[in-house]
Design a protein around this ligand. Structure first.
Ligand code: URP
Ligand code: ZN
Ligand code: ZN
Ligand code: ZN
Length: 478
């Protein structure tokens, strides 16, 4: 087993920072030691196979992106990153574990959907990966299959209050699924937007000739995110099933989560970088020489980007500080403009929904540290430690401690990263939602279960390095 010593760095956890050396033994963290320590009389730097000098840098647990959609079939096409390209891009950005969504559609068996996702991912991933289960058709058969997911290492499932005719579940279906969740300990994840109302609003906009991407954001009104979030919270209260609301973008939805938590409910929320930085006006409303007002299609995702005049971004950063929102994932669901987003030219409803960010989450969130919005420790907590606890991986993942998997990022706070196609772009997309973003900070070295997979601008991993992570039940419940 190869041994590695990271020396001279500042080890950052969710609860503090300390100057320490980190000793890796094969795939595992063996020890966290005072700088320059000897072990049983041995000069460690002289005894290990590899020394990584982390002087002046942060040594953090590898990022965990708990919301990705590699190869997701959606809107008549499929997300453009495969498990191979998407996980490699994730590694470039310091993410060493992702949790993707296996898909079951109405009329299909949950077990078959899960088996298919295993086939897609196995042997292709650059980083470790787990799955949540999308239940796109709640019926007697899928409800009966839910408890069996736990033995498969799938401790969470997602339902949709949006997308009627695709993944939509009505309140009666949600109630039944939550009853199973309450009985079994499965964590219910919810896409909380009132889909039937949104679809009527969207149809009315199209009838008035309002067809551009901007109107995707208008149709998906914040009131319908607030309303659905509240409804999900009440169903969670009624059934006793813990609730995790995905991709929260409206400040009013945050307020609902905060209210429920103040009532002692096991209710949690995730936001994504796009809701912290991008807006209805500047992105969905953008136009370019190449695409005209269809430029905004690059940022069509659901929930949508919100108006910059309503205080959502400010409120979301605040919620990250106050723990009204517990973690940040990407909802990575990339589609190219060419042949994919263009399916919705002339009708925003047909634009495949999703933004690609899996490569940039750590960098984008580090900007919150630079600007004083969050602490260094909170950065680690939001991007690694809480995702590990929330989704039953903590101990192995999300922490630098003896016995944990040696998933480590050496982050250079004085480095610089320029985001954009042709610069630092490894996702399989013909554009970047983050084109032109200049980042203070740089992912220097990425270690995945003891193996250096990225080092100073070189990719050293191989396809299939990543293994399936069997997750346990959530370790985050109140
Ligand atoms: O726009 C999005 N979020 N696409 C992915 C599917 C989902 O709802 O998470
Ligand atoms: Zn969703
Ligand atoms: Zn998603
Ligand atoms: Zn650097």
């Amino acid at each position: 087993m190869a041994t590695t010593l990271l020396t001279g760095g500042t080890v950052v956890s969710a609860t503090g920072r300390t100057a320490a050396d980190v000793l890796l033994d094969g795939e595992t963290i063996a020890a966290v030691l005072a700088p320059g320590s000897t072990l049983l009389g041995h000069d460690l730097a002289a005894s290990v196979d590899t020394v990584i000098d982390a002087t002046g840098k942060y040594v953090i647990p590898g990022g965990i992106d708990a919301h990705t959609h590699m190869q997701l079939p959606f809107g008549g096409t499929s997300a453009s990153d495969t498990f191979e390209t998407g996980t490699r891009a994730a590694a470039w950005g310091g993410t060493t574990t992702m949790v993707d969504f296996a898909v079951q559609r109405a009329g299909e068996r949950v077990q078959d959907g899960l088996a298919h996702w295993h086939e897609l991912a196995a042997g292709n991933c650059a980083i470790d990966y787990g799955f949540h289960q999308i239940v796109g058709g709640v019926d007697a058969d899928s409800l009966a299959a839910l408890p069996g997911l736990i033995d498969e290492g799938i401790s969470s499932f997602k339902m949709f209050m949006a997308y009627p005719g695709v993944f939509y579940a009505d309140d009666a279906q949600i109630l039944r699924a939550m009853q199973v969740a309450a009985d079994t300990g499965l964590l219910t994840m919810m896409h909380a937007e009132n889909g039937p109302v949104i679809d009527v609003l969207a149809e009315q906009l199209i009838e008035k000739g309002k067809t551009s991407p901007y109107f995707h954001g208008v149709a998906r009104a914040w009131q319908m995110e607030e309303e659905a979030t509240h409804r999900a919270i009440m169903l969670s209260h009624l059934t006793g099933a813990p609730l995790y609301v995905v991709h929260v973008s409206a400040k009013q939805a945050v307020e609902q989560l905060a209210w429920a938590r103040d009532n002692g409910q096991n209710v949690f929320g995730e936001t994504c970088p796009q809701y912290l930085y991008l807006s209805l006006e500047d992105q969905l409303g953008a136009s370019s020489e190449e695409w005209g007002d269809f430029e905004g299609a690059k940022w069509v995702c659901s929930t949508p980007l919100r108006s910059k005049h309503e205080g959502h971004q400010h409120h979301m950063w605040q919620a990250l500080r106050t723990n009204d929102i517990q973690m940040v994932s990407t909802d990575h669901c990339p589609f190219c403009m060419k042949d994919q987003k263009t399916l919705g030219q002339g009708d925003f409803r047909a634009i495949p929904n999703g933004i690609g960010s899996v490569e940039h989450r750590l960098d984008l969130m580090y900007q919150g540290v630079v600007t004083g919005q969050i602490t260094l420790e909170r950065w680690v907590e939001l991007t690694s430690t809480t995702p590990a606890r929330m989704f039953g991986m903590y101990g192995k993942k999300g922490v630098i401690a003896p016995g944990a998997d040696a998933d480590i990022v050496v982050y250079d706070p004085s480095g610089h990263t320029s985001i954009g196609v042709g610069k630092t772009h490894h996702m399989n997309m013909d554009h970047s939602a983050w084109e032109g973003y200049e980042i203070d900070g740089h992912v220097d070295t990425v270690i995945s279960r003891g193996k250096v997979v990225v080092d100073d601008g070189a990719y050293l991993g191989t396809k299939g390095d990543g293994r399936f992570v069997k997750r346990g039940l959530s370790q985050y419940l109140i």
